[in-house]
Design a protein around this ligand. Sequence first.
Ligand SMILES: Cc1cc2nc3c(=O)[nH]c(=O)nc-3n(C[C@H](O)[C@H](O)[C@H](O)COP(=O)(O)OP(=O)(O)OC[C@H]3O[C@@H](n4cnc5c(N)ncnc54)[C@H](O)[C@@H]3O)c2cc1C
Length: 446
Amino acid sequence: MDYDVVIVGAGPAGIFAALTLADLGVSRVLLLEKGKDCTLRSQHHIEDRLCGWGGAGAFSDGKLTLSTDVGGNLQDFLEEQRLFELLQQTDEIYVAHGAPDRIFGADWVQVEALADQARLADLELIPNRIRHIGTENCIKVLERFRDVLTHKIHIRTDCAVSDILADPGRVQGVRLADGKRIDARFVVLAPGRSGARWMKQQADQLGLKARSTSVDIGVRVELPAPVLKSITDITYESKLVHYSKTFDDKVRTFCMNPYGEVVTEENNGLITVNGHSYAEKRSQNTNFAILVSSFFTEPFDDPIAYGHDIARLANLLGGGVLVQRLGDLLAGRRSTRKRMERCLTKPTLDDATPGDLSFVFPYRHLLSIIEMLQALEKIAPGVYSRHTLLYGVEVKFYSRRVDVSPEMESAIQNLFIIGDGAGITRGLLQASASGILAARAITARV
Ligand SMILES: Cc1cc2nc3c(=O)[nH]c(=O)nc-3n(C[C@H](O)[C@H](O)[C@H](O)COP(=O)(O)OP(=O)(O)OC[C@H]3O[C@@H](n4cnc5c(N)ncnc54)[C@H](O)[C@@H]3O)c2cc1C
């Protein structure tokens, strides 16, 4: 064997698997990452945004959600108290490597009062404690992880894995894109959402069972920060769920960024919208996503293709992301550059095209988004203002969920699959925690 363990992907899942293996004394470990080292990644280069040391989280807002209900499905594998403890331990590792001390949403009296207010508005507040690392600090934390690991394991960046090698029933190692074979007793796959297509291809080749999940489609909302201040001061990010009046669809707020910025991102050739916020630098606005979850059964069972096509429409009409004042949307007219000049919310994203989102979204999604904004207005007056900005399309594609054991082992012996790429997690903390689970199981066998 060349190595005891080969890990594919240096996002949070892969990094935490490596940290845990190293801590538990397993040193014949190779971590392979197809992107660049974190110091060489640039937020302005599309190929660097999701790939490279640190994975998708590198330029993220770095919100660690310290709740068992948010950020993934690990609760399907671990009893609540054990998951809570695992998330605490994971969080402590972030703090030990430079994540700030402060936790938002820890004052339960205030959170309960907010939850009561939400109930009166047909909204459910998911209580959620958050540690906010901030975009400018994420890279520093990731560099610390890299520095610690450099002395303990082997790391190769700019090194894509093309295939997983397995004898029927047992993993053998991996083949690199340059054709080289690396033998290993254990392989841990942590390819993230950017590696979801590759993961699907490998799962199909290996005969692993996987099922499609949902796609979340919606808009990024931007408004003056004082509108949501009474909420964001307490919870930083509030996760609010609404079941839309007309369609009874689940609609939720997601990734709230007080005093943050709206940004574009590239998703398999499509330009979509997202948001983040710095720990120190502040804009005048707060942004958050409103997402509508869509599930399909038969004969159509491809939520990723559905989300793709809606995002493609926005790109077709606007050459990228569209922006519209809520007032224009409700009046049935497009936003134009002239109308945008009279908008009291000054956009933080320059390169969005003023347009008409009603040409993009199905009636079902558009109405659900409007009904969610009406519900939010009841707890934060000003949300339903004519000057609220809606950017489209924001879309969250989730990887197909691969069947794994509670130790994160697939049906192929010694092949572990973790993080967002396995469709098991959806956020930094749970992805990292899944790496710890796999590493502990492997250590017990090594
Ligand atoms: C803009 C943005 C903001 C976000 N903000 C937050 C936030 O505030 N809080 C939060 O909890 N979550 C956030 N997330 C989600 C979070 O980043 C992910 O949940 C997390 O990074 C998933 O970790 P992962 O290790 O599973 O996958 P990733 O982080 O995606 O890492 C996977 C890595 O594997 C590599 N890889 C893929 N295929 C191969 C291959 N064949 N060979 C070698 N390497 C390969 C990729 O290059 C990548 O670096 C955000 C995501 C984005 C995009």
